[in-house]
Design a protein around this ligand. Structure first.
Ligand code: ATP
Ligand code: ZN
Length: 289
């Protein structure tokens, strides 16, 4: 059978990663009808179709070339030990896979669990961690609500995904060892793909890169005494060439630039100290460098 020329993108059909994956596709300019309740959704303005499936199936589908790229948590790709390449970290769906023990039990950390039973949906990563640390454990595979297993007496401890830790605490468990940190990623098949598909992927990545850069940046505008111009330009040197505009008052200028969001407060304080007034900060929708 001839491989399809349509680029196929896998994403989780309904879960924690769905909304943000869909949002990113839309921000990158893809147009499609409602995806809810559909397994295959054609993209109207590109030769692309979306395949909406369970996240557990995504690494294998991408590995086998059934899908060319996919949105999935690094935890799932690692658990499936899939032969794929990571083409972009996406910065959402952040979580960690951790060992947790009952609060009022005999165990303090993973070191105390040699020979014990660990409930988890991640048997491969759990076994690997304990083996690498010179221990053997019995994994009890559970696909949901892993945190109640110690109370039910089916396991001595758990190894589960955590983001805030609230669920573990509510179930009387204490997180003791982080064995894997994860975020959502875009993965690509290692199977050969056509030049046309690769071009589409590159175009898509460029657009996603623009969205990610825009999310990390703010557009800043201010008025400043001409005498402070040099100092202000040094402070906002992040962008190669800020815009300087004359104002009706010949001793004043307007300065526009883009600043990284993580340095935003430090920069604003320095600008104020240098005499900038009327500082306005705007979100940026997209940014192509
Ligand atoms: P599916 O029906 O697709 O198999 P699921 O129940 O396995 O869904 P979700 O709970 O929607 O999956 O989680 C999807 C992904 O979200 C996880 O694999 C992980 O990468 C990420 N994630 C982020 N925070 C958490 C968390 N606190 N608990 C579980 N997953 C999280
Ligand atoms: Zn799943």
């Amino acid at each position: 059978m001839e491989p399809s020329s349509t680029l196929r993108i896998a994403l989780q059909k309904s879960g924690r990663l769905t909304e943000e994956s869909i949002a990113l596709l839309k921000q990158a300019g893809m147009k499609f009808d409602s995806y809810k309740g559909h397994m295959i959704v054609p993209v109207q303005n590109f030769d692309i179709e979306l395949l909406l499936i369970r996240d557990d199936d995504i690494p294998e589908y991408v590995q086998d070339g059934v899908c060319d790229i996919g949105f999935v948590g690094a935890n799932v790709t690692a658990e499936k030990n899939a032969d794929v390449q990571v083409i972009r970290n996406l910065g959402f769906g952040k979580c960690r896979l951790s060992v947790a023990v009952p609060k009022s039990g005999p165990y303090q950390s993973a070191r105390d669990l040699n020979g014990k039973r660990i409930a988890t949906s991640y048997p491969y990563l759990t076994q690997k961690y304990f083996r690498e640390n010179g221990m053997e454990v019995k994994t009890v595979e559970i696909s949901g609500a892993v945190e109640i297993a110690p109370r039910l007496g089916v396991a001595d401890a758990v190894c589960d995904l955590v983001s805030t830790g609230g669920t573990l605490r509510q179930n009387g468990l204490i997180e003791t060892d982080v064995i894997f940190t994860s975020e959502s990623q875009l993965i690509q098949t290692n199977k050969p793909i056509s030049d046309e598909k690769q071009e589409l992927i590159d175009k898509f990545l460029l657009r996603i890169g623009g969205c990610q850069l825009a999310q990390r940046s703010r557009y800043i505008m201010m008025n400043a005494p001409k005498a402070s111009q040099e100092e202000i330009l040094r402070t906002i040197s992040a962008l190669k060439s800020p815009t300087v505009l004359p104002l009706a008052d010949p001793d004043m200028v307007a300065i526009h630039s883009v600043v990284p969001i993580n340095e935003f407060w430090t920069i604003t304080e320095k600008l104020k100290a240098a005499g900038a007034t009327g500082i306005v900060i705007l979100p940026i929708e997209n940014m192509i460098m």
